[in-house]
Ligand binder design. Sequence first.
Ligand SMILES: [Zn+2]
Length: 318
Amino acid sequence: MEDYPRTLSEFSARFSSDEDCREYLRILRWPAGFECPRCGCREASPVRAVLLRCRACRHQVSVTAGTIFQDSHIPLHLWFQAMWWVTAQKNGASALGLQQILGLSRYETSWKILHRLRRAMVRPGRDMLSGRVEVDECYVGGPEEDLPGRLNLDKTLVVVAAEEDGSGIGRIRMRQISDASSASLMPFVKETVVPGSVVHTDGWLGYSPLESTGFPHQITYLKGKPDTASELLPRVHMVISLLKRWLLGTHQGAVSHKHLDYYLNEFTFRFNRRKSRSRGKLFYRLAQQAVAVAPVPCYRITHPEAENSRKPQPLGAW
Ligand SMILES: [Zn+2]
């Protein structure tokens, strides 16, 4: 059963202490009851306030070990308030806004909380798009032609996939790519779109392997009229335009190249749930995903480019 607070007063009454929060995470993590990660035993007894001990092998497990909350020195109730504010507000919160709401003394703490939460917002390989899907790549960054303001970001190529839902938009996925070659575009399509779905693109050659990869390919040609691009693939261009507004508005354009993918995660999380009537349900989804996503070493939050590096990085408590 999906159990979540509906309003701010319900939220405040329910999660006033770290114990309340830990109990909620325990149920999200083990919805069918405790299961020892070492031996699979279903019974445990509490040890102090924060640990469970397996009855069979005596292995001790904390509810937050192996989740994004692992090794954090920030009290759980503050994490919960952060999750609430990020999901309860239509456009989310900037690090500065969250710092003020939570009364944190350091901006960096607020910034790191948001970046950890963003990593729990999109689960790779899950919730793939299907049906008919528009795909196109666009530049984001620098002065934006259609908007006042400037993103503090060099021009960066972002590929977007948007489900066609009648004349509207279904769910989306997006990613930063280094160039518009097949080698960059095809892995994105394969990882985000269910095989057999119709993929709708312009006539760019980078998309030509689609048909032979198991995606019926619909091509709409621009015929030398660059100003009509947004009419031919209107959903992708609408999504990009909303993304730019969000980066310029909520985040004041202060988004760096190396962190852009995590902002794309947050935008996607919000967009795909934009019709949800209950903000509490978004809080529930985020909390649920936060206990399902592995912890990220502190170093990798500030240096995400090291994500693919083989060098071991210090885990570091924070
Ligand atoms: Zn055990």
